[in-house]
Design a protein around this ligand. Sequence first.
Ligand code: FAD
Length: 390
Amino acid sequence: MIDEGVLIVGGGLAAARCAEGLRRLGYDGRVRVLCGEAHLPYNRPPLSKELLDPAAEPELPALRAGDWYAERDIEIVLGSRASQLDPSAQRVTTEDGATLFYGKLVIATGSKPRMLSLFEGHANVSTLRTLEDSQVIRGVIAEQGKLAVIGAGFIGQEVAAAARAAGAAVTVIELEQLPLIGVLGADVAQWFADVHREEGVELLLGTQVSEIVGDGRIESLTLADGHRVDCDHVLVGIGVAPDVAWLESAGFTETGVPTDELGRTELPDVYAAGDVAAVYDPFLERHVLAGHWEAAARHGIQVATAILGRDAAPTPLSSFWTDQYGKRIQYLGHAELADNVSIDGDPAARDFVAQYTRGGELVGALIVGRPRAVGELRERLRYMTERTPV
Ligand code: FAD
């Protein structure tokens, strides 16, 4: 009988945490991690933050050294991508023609950045997901090139902040009237806009690129409002989609791989964790794509627990952090549910807490420069995570 133990397809944070969790919980079967990239599992947050500093050493922010996996008998297969899943045969095929059988499969292929078709085919355009992508942007910043960033989400904002910190010129172009207004509301979104402008970012809001000037290489962008933006490089930061290209034949789409609270999919012996997984959230009563670091790390461990039939941890609280202009900004909960926001502190000094409430109850918080407030706010939001998985 073929049972090759646990096969983890991915090779990012969720995959690494799942493999670690299996060994920590005493699993002694075969554990293989199929990594699409040629690198050991690594941390992505530094790619849009400290690793963009031209003065920093461009080292791989590996989660663990190679020996660490070998010492725990975790097989890491680098630079190999799954191309197909056949759940009835418990078999994964790779792009290089290998066939891998599994007893349990963990889908942890993360997400991939969205691209706008308008920009395709131009040399000086990129997205930011991998170490190599980060090095491209770092190179532009180091040469003091003019950077145009499409999208004022967290990635776009962090790159803008890193570029300004290194003295490079940056223009951010955002379709919405204010950055992140849909999630954080007008007051906090206005604060983000003000901060970037104070730091010298050219922030163009409520507009989009209508035309590209340049043949093969973009020289400038013409916006819908007629504005012209000269640039040496364009970063497209308009969000991500679950990386399910290899799962099409298994019926999964870009809405993600639906799982229950424990990470179990509807397919027998198949689990999913991290950005690719649409995990059922008992508080919101729907499947949710998390897209954030803490969720990916916790899902990875959760799946290890579920595979071994151990007690499950509560659903993690939705959380995110971003570092901009030397400040740590933390976000907890679900601000989008709020009917009111109150601000305590001094936004102009970049030192405040925004509390989002619904019917007077706290549903989310944004914390700027006050790390000590985080613990108490987490505690107050714990009720969102307390429904025990079944
Ligand atoms: P990933 O880390 O994306 O790993 C998935 C891996 O699977 C990739 O290596 C991919 O190449 C591989 N893969 C894909 N398809 C296949 C295949 N067919 N076969 C084999 N392998 C495959 N979150 C925060 O909370 N705070 C932050 O400040 C923050 N900053 C970020 C900055 C950047 C630049 C990025 C890109 C993300 C950031 N995030 C942040 C989000 C966080 O890093 C992700 O949520 C987390 O990396 C998700 O982990 P994952 O393991 O699900 O996916």
